[in-house]
Unconditional design. Structure first.
Length: 370
């Protein structure tokens, strides 16, 4: 006799989980809501599986993270974390509640129409959080610099030409000498300047922590190998690995490009084929750093002393991929920039750069976790 399978849909929130169960006979039962805590989830699983039936659970990826997935996996339950943007929706359905969402998840899980997201382990998620914290610090520092700069413009204070470019060492030394006759204005200026100093120190602290964490991660060899590519320093390489995970999980370079949202949208019908802008429905952090690195394709291919130092000790196959990447991407940029414009050419180059990232990921072994 075949085992009974129950398909369970969770619609999660901070405090509660709406639960629905789809049976093999086609019925969907609303099971109500439970508290979002490990004890309540364990009791629910024990109650639903008391008759020996197999449970399969699905819930949407979101702010509740992967704690539920890890708990259910530890209990031996199959759990799928679902990509929200890929859940089928009926165009005419204008009612959205937790209960209806749970029912829909259970029904789609039974029909096999859900797409799972990649779930990192706890160590990898910690590395990803650190990468994103560093990016938040960079954004905060940039905003603090803008606030101070706008204040100086409002007050009519202009840096002398001798200090050079903005935020250079000479420029920062000049900022320390700026004073205002009004006490309130001086307090505002000193506060803005203190935020910048704190932001710079914060980034230094996070960079040091990121360097240590990246060197201890099981993908450390991949991080080092990716730095063989021009325009991919340590921060870019560790961001790629943190956001994409094990590059070997992508069956093709195109799959990695789609994961980053760097494939063109398409609307084709009959004999017509129309492609539009990038979908941008993938990982934003990965797409951002690859887009920044693509700007190096504008330069003539060469191996600078800095790049040569990064390539020292790497396998010849990785160095060969790096040189081929430089030549191909520069040729592609030169070929496309005059035809479709700089920005669109850089988008195309960034997409192809991910292909070389994928190739290096296939060439370098991932070490087993410690």
């Amino acid at each position: 006799m075949s085992q009974i399978i129950r398909y369970v849909g969770f619609d999660t929130s901070k405090e509660t989980i709406a639960v629905a169960i789809a049976d093999q006979d086609g019925s969907v039962v609303d099971h109500g809501a439970i508290h979002n805590d490990p004890g309540a989830i364990r009791k629910l699983i024990e109650r639903l599986g008391h008759d020996g039936s197999e449970l399969r659970v699905a819930y949407e990826a979101g702010p509740t993270g992967y704690a539920i997935h890890r708990q259910l996996t530890a209990l031996g339950i199959s759990c799928m974390v679902v990509a929200p943007s890929l859940i089928p929706h009926r165009p005419g359905d204008r009612v959205k509640t937790d209960r209806r969402d749970a029912n829909q998840l259970a029904r789609l899980l039974r029909s096999g129409d859900l797409v799972a997201v990649w779930v990192p382990d706890e160590a990898h998620e910690a590395l990803r959080d650190l990468v994103r914290t560093r990016d938040d610090a960079r954004s905060d520092l940039l905003r603090a610099k803008h606030r101070l700069g706008k204040m100086l413009i409002r007050r009519g204070v202009t840096a002398p030409p001798s200090v050079g470019r903005a935020w250079s060492a000479k420029h920062q030394a000049w900022l320390n000498t700026v004073t205002f006759g009004d006490a309130a204005a001086q307090v505002s200026y000193d506060d803005y300047l203190a935020q910048i100093r704190g932001g710079i120190e914060r980034i230094r602290r996070l960079d040091a922590a990121l360097l240590e964490a990246g060197s201890k991660n099981r993908h450390a060899a991949v991080v080092r190998a990716l730095q063989a590519l021009r325009g991919v320093g340590y921060l870019t390489a560790v961001t790629i690995v943190a956001e994409a995970g094990d590059l070997r999980r992508f069956e093709s370079a195109g799959a990695l490009m789609a994961y980053a949202g760097m494939v063109p949208s398409e609307h084709s019908s009959g004999g017509s084929t129309r492609r539009g802008h990038l979908t941008k429905t993938g990982n934003h952090g990965l797409r951002r750093v690859v887009g920044e690195s693509a700007h190096h394709s504008r330069l003539q291919p060469r191996v600078s002393p800095t790049l040569r130092a990064r390539q020292e000790g790497l396998p010849p196959a990785v160095i060969a991929i790096s040189w081929k990447c430089q030549q191909r991407l520069h040729h592609k940029y030169r070929h496309l920039a005059m035809r479709i414009g700089t920005q669109r050419a850089l988008s195309a180059v960034g997409r192809e750069l991910l292909g070389f990232v994928w190739a290096i990921g296939q060439a370098v072994e991932v070490t087993a976790p410690a």
